[in-house]
Ligand binder design. Sequence first.
Ligand SMILES: Cc1cc2nc3c(=O)[nH]c(=O)nc-3n(C[C@H](O)[C@H](O)[C@H](O)COP(=O)(O)OP(=O)(O)OC[C@H]3O[C@@H](n4cnc5c(N)ncnc54)[C@H](O)[C@@H]3O)c2cc1C
Length: 432
Amino acid sequence: MKVIVLGSGVIGVTSAWELARAGHEVTVIDRSAGPALETSFANAGEVSPGYSTPWAAPGIPLKALKWAFQRHAPLVLNPLASLKAAGWLGQMLSNCTSEAYAVNKGRMVRVAEYSRDRLAALRQETGISYDERTQGTLQLLRSQKQLDGLQKDIEVLREDGVPFELLSAEECLLHEPGLAGSKHLIAGGLRLPGDETGDCFKFTNRLAEMAKALGVTFRHGVTVKGLDKQGDRIVGIQTSEGPMVADAYVVAMGSFSPALVKSLGMKLPVYPLKGYSLTIPIMDAARAPESTVMDETYKVAITRLGDRIRVGGLAEIAGFDTSLNDRRRATLEKSVGDLFGGAGDMAAATFWAGLRPMTPDGTPVIGRTPVQNLFLNTGHGTLGWTMSMGSAKVLSDIVSRRPTEIDASDLGISRYGRGVTATRGGLKPATA
Ligand SMILES: Cc1cc2nc3c(=O)[nH]c(=O)nc-3n(C[C@H](O)[C@H](O)[C@H](O)COP(=O)(O)OP(=O)(O)OC[C@H]3O[C@@H](n4cnc5c(N)ncnc54)[C@H](O)[C@@H]3O)c2cc1C
């Protein structure tokens, strides 16, 4: 079958790889000059099923109010953009109940753990390398209050069977010796030994090369302008290079997916949640992180990627604006400066912003749509790198009409049939 994948971020490229492996003739179309040049370019690098948690959680509305008055707040709401996003924010709020949180978390963990296993299998099979490290991740707590607040997270980890270690400040240093100079700031840590890190941009580009070797065609510099529908099928797409035709179409355009399917009457609740990162060349490797350290105070992840440190995080409701804000940079610099001072050359750092394609329930949208040959693999929000390999295999199995290896009945757009609060099955369980 001829399949066109729209988008060559980590989600589009992994989709193309799995579809090609399933025997399809695949073309990937993207407006950028190469793979992973938008949100998949400089994320925080965590492959973290252990932290696969929806942002819509009980207590978040109150925390968001408190953050409004903090200088280094993890979440910033631009008033005008927030007004425009009121509908989506309302949907997110309705997912902040304990019941919705449990359903959404269950879905995310299911996809993320499957993804981590698929990524490990890919590494073993192909030897793909991307500055990966499989040394776990460490959530760093700076106060007793934060330590006390861990209890709920620990219960969830136990329930989900995720291995974890609760560490004292001294024990944190055994895993992350670069923290020695900031020991006085550390109250303790929660280590997830099963989590990994790696450079999503390198991974996506290397996988794209491997996909080309399997016969996948990449058409870069081509903008998708619309979908042509006749009856209940897509009969072609309109692009800046003219019309293109296939048997099936996969939308993996990140935050730009909703605008494309809107013309078909589909309401895809994916919002561009802005985040920032700094990439810092390492000057003193002994002071740098070994793996990923999550600074709970600022909700910032500090990751070792080869000879660089990636510091990423923060969330801003700011529409599609990707301009760089110096106040956010100051927050990233404060976090890494506090914990790994002197490790990197801050003057040579690269500052970046990207748009997380975020659903109100935190779960990506993977699977069929009411249009027969149109499929979605999008809305991966804060965890697209983590969830990429598993999402791609689920998508490929659904396109190929094969049974999926994990339950995908509640991952599709049909789950929004009754509004956007979590429901176990959605309207039509057959429509993944
Ligand atoms: C600061 C930050 C930190 C993050 N940290 C992590 C992390 O540690 N771990 C993790 O798992 N995830 C993380 N994420 C999330 C992760 O990066 C995203 O979920 C993921 O990159 C989304 O991939 P995507 O392929 O869906 O979107 P994108 O990478 O944005 O790809 C979409 C593609 O569609 C193309 N496109 C869009 N519109 C059109 C059009 N009209 N025509 C043609 N092409 C088009 C774009 O050019 C782009 O290449 C982070 C994100 C941010 C912003």
